[in-house]
Design a binder for this molecule. Structure first.
Ligand code: ZN
Ligand code: ZN
Length: 136
């Protein structure tokens, strides 16, 4: 897999570690109405993820203390998203999503199947028929 932020390349597990080390600031921490959220946007398609941070108890230092772990969870989602949505742009060195990553809870919108037989245009059908007739 390619890192969406730089030229790093490696298997999903290494990419995950790389994201946490090199691109930790891609995860944003936000406060809304006294609640804490973390947010992460896909740098390729701009798809955004936002999750509430639920501190154990009401520890005001929770986000600071656990920001590293929260980032790892956020990058889990990004790696899953990259595998699910952008796998075709990767060079094919990672067949299938890694089983060690948890599945994304978010329900992705249904994508129309990109592959499948396109109907043959009339002019092409005509050309093929003409070629068969001439080939006698
Ligand atoms: Zn990178
Ligand atoms: Zn994306």
């Amino acid at each position: 897999m390619h890192c969406p932020f730089c030229s790093f390349e490696g298997p999903p597990r290494m990419l995950h570690a790389h994201l946490g080390e090199q691109h930790a600031d891609a995860v944003r921490f936000e406060e809304k109405g006294g609640r804490s959220f973390y947010a992460l946007s896909c740098p390729i398609c701009g798809d955004g993820y936002e999750r509430e941070i639920k501190p154990r108890g009401r520890d005001p230092g929770f986000v600071d203390e656990f920001s590293a772990q929260i980032r790892l969870v956020a990058f889990d989602m990004l790696v899953n998203h990259l595998l699910g949505e952008h796998e075709t742009i990767f060079s094919g060195d990672t067949p299938g999503p890694p089983s060690e990553l948890p599945p994304d809870e978010e329900t992705e919108p249904e994508q129309p199947a990109p592959l499948g037989e396109a109907p043959v245009p009339a002019w092409l059908a005509e050309a093929r028929r003409a070629k068969q007739e001439n080939g006698k």
